[in-house]
Design a protein. Structure first.
Lengths: 248, 303
């Protein structure tokens, strides 16, 4: 049973500047447990920065981040503790190139959760199987296709049993033929009840999987709604222009 | 608040799944000692072969074999001292290079500045000048401070030790730049990914950055080691009885005793052979280390 009322992640009045550039200008959003939130917006709109604020890879200048009601951007809370509960998948996969697929997945288990090698390996094999790569456990990243690398990256994040998964344009760096295999894994995860925040311009994925869609531009949230409705009848000119562009 | 313990991690996990395959993924060590031994053997093989050629040339009268044999004791002492110098200069130089190279990548202004000053100073001096400065300054300091020389004991060996360190730091400055380039060539995305799974900065460095840094830096480091082995010959300038010193000494004796001046050439051929063998063995071993840690799929294409 999923308690759909409890916010898993809540972002309140978050601001972030890099030098003179204000990238996030007062963001408020929340994701409930088991919900999938898709964020779209032109490049430079602050989507990636927002994701990185949620797992504290970037510290917000002001505002609060809550994980299951606990304020996490707090000096008393170790960011490492927050991050191991939030999985993150990157646009450029970022696998550790000197380690095999299974070792990539095991690193967090042995060095963060401090499981022994055998236990970590068992979990890592299970996670690789979940993303359909059980047979590639001993391959190095350079021996895998982009789609396979991204699925290993998803397994690596899942291995720590996260409460939320963040996806930062997970298919943008992929050749078209590999996009669907990554989206399939993500859809399966969503169906299993994983809470997900996805920055992506995959409209098909947003429409079929997302519970909510946020359109960001220039560091603010311009429009929020059910994906089907937002795409069909955007309320703002900026959203309309953006949809026009991504539909080509 | 801390991390979850193992039992909660395994919640909903396949606790009773089939056991992992007997070939543990953790045991994929590709380090093959037999190949290292083979390479050392090749080094000594090359030494024996060249010695064979050298001796046979002597036997057929190309050079003065009895004289060559008479130098062996002096050269043995020189070789032993040169090996000692290598044994000091490479580890000290590497430690300095690693520390300051890492310091060069620090986000702290002071650490970065100190490391940069170190690199620029020691890299911009001819090693011979550095050695001379080290010797002269340490001698001057020792004699300038009353009573210090007596406490240290042998002022000459103190000054010589400082000179050896000066050469090590000179090599360290080059190695620092190699290490810095190695650290900086690890993509920042990988560090971000490591931090995203909850690794601390220190653990990210140990498990993600350093293993890749060493792989990237090894060819350049081998180059620097090969170079500094021969640079130890500069230490003969402060009176260390290494191979180069022995060569100069034997040459002067030939001149003073009005011996056959052609044999000066012979002496230098002998020490050249010894330096060659030392460098060759070290290069082959490092080449093997490089091969052992090569990452499949990342090999450079053969042109």
């Amino acid at each position: 049973m999923i308690d759909r009322e409890k916010p898993m992640v809540e972002v309140r009045k978050v601001h972030k500047s890099f030098g003179d550039l204000e990238v996030l200008r007062g963001i408020d959003m929340q994701v409930k447990k088991g919900e999938v939130l898709v964020i779209v917006g032109p490049s430079g709109s602050g989507k990636s920065t927002l994701l990185r604020c949620i797992n504290l890879l970037i510290q917000p200048d002001s505002g609060d981040i809550f994980l299951e009601g606990v304020k996490v951007n707090d000096p008393d809370i170790r960011p490492e503790w927050v991050r191991q509960q939030i999985g993150m998948v990157f646009q450029s996969f970022n696998l550790f190139t000197h380690l095999t697929a299974i070792k990539n997945v095991m690193l967090g288990l042995t060095k963060v959760k401090r499981l022994d090698g055998l236990e970590a390996e068992k979990i890592a094999r299970y996670e690789l199987e979940r993303v359909g790569l059980a047979d590639k456990a001993d391959a190095y990243p350079a021996q895998l296709s982009g789609g396979q690398q991204q699925r290993v990256a998803i397994a690596r994040a899942l291995a720590l049993n996260p409460k939320v998964m963040l996806f930062d344009e997970p298919t943008s760096a992929l050749d078209p033929e590999f996009i669907h295999e990554v989206l399939d894994v993500m859809t399966k995860l969503a169906n299993e009840g994983m809470t997900m925040v996805v920055v992506s311009h995959e409209m098909g994925f947003a429409k079929s999987v997302a519970d909510e869609l946020i359109f960001m531009d220039n560091g603010v949230i311009v429009e929020v709604g059910v994906p089907e409705e937002v795409f069909a009848s955007p309320k703002t000119d900026r959203m309309r222009a953006f949809i026009g562009k991504i539909l080509g | 608040m801390g991390g979850e313990d193992a039992s909660t991690t395994l919640e909903g996990r396949p606790g009773t799944r089939s056991p992992p395959s007997s070939r543990s993924a953790g045991s994929l060590r590709r380090f093959d000692y037999s190949r290292i031994i083979k390479n050392v053997a090749i080094g000594f093989g090359a030494a024996v072969a060249s010695l064979g050629v050298f001796v046979s040339l002597g036997l057929v009268g190309v050079y003065d074999l009895p004289y060559a044999l008479s130098t062996l004791n002096a050269l043995k002492l020189g070789a032993a001292n040169t090996l000692t110098l290598i044994g000091i200069v490479i580890p000290v130089g590497f430690s300095a290079g690693f520390t300051f190279g890492w310091g060069r990548t620090s986000h702290r202004w002071l650490t970065r500045s100190i490391s940069t000053v170190y690199v620029e100073f020691f890299r911009s001096m001819p090693p011979l000048v550095l050695i001379a400065f080290a010797f002269l300054i340490s001698t001057a300091v020792l004699l300038g401070i009353p009573g210090l020389a007596d406490r240290i004991g042998d002022p000459n060996s103190f000054a010589i030790s400082v000179s050896v360190l000066a050469l090590a730091f000179h090599s360290g400055a080059y190695q620092a730049e190699i290490v810095r380039a190695g650290i900086q060539s690890v993509p920042t995305g990988q560090r971000e990914a490591a931090e995203a799974i909850g690794l601390t900065k220190a653990r990210t460095l140990v498990y993600v950055v350093l293993p890749q840094m060493f792989r990237i830096s090894l060819p350049a480091l081998s180059n620097e080691f090969a170079s500094v082995i021969k640079d130890t010959s500069l230490l003969s300038a402060v009176g260390i009885l290494d191979l180069a010193y022995m060569a100069q000494n034997l040459s002067s004796r030939l001149i003073i005793s009005r011996g056959n001046i052609d044999n000066i050439f012979l002496v230098y051929v002998e020490i050249a052979l010894i330096y060659f063998v030392m460098t060759f063995v070290v290069s082959r071993v490092l080449q093997e280390v490089e091969r052992a840690f090569r990452v499949p799929g990342l090999e450079a294409a053969q042109l």
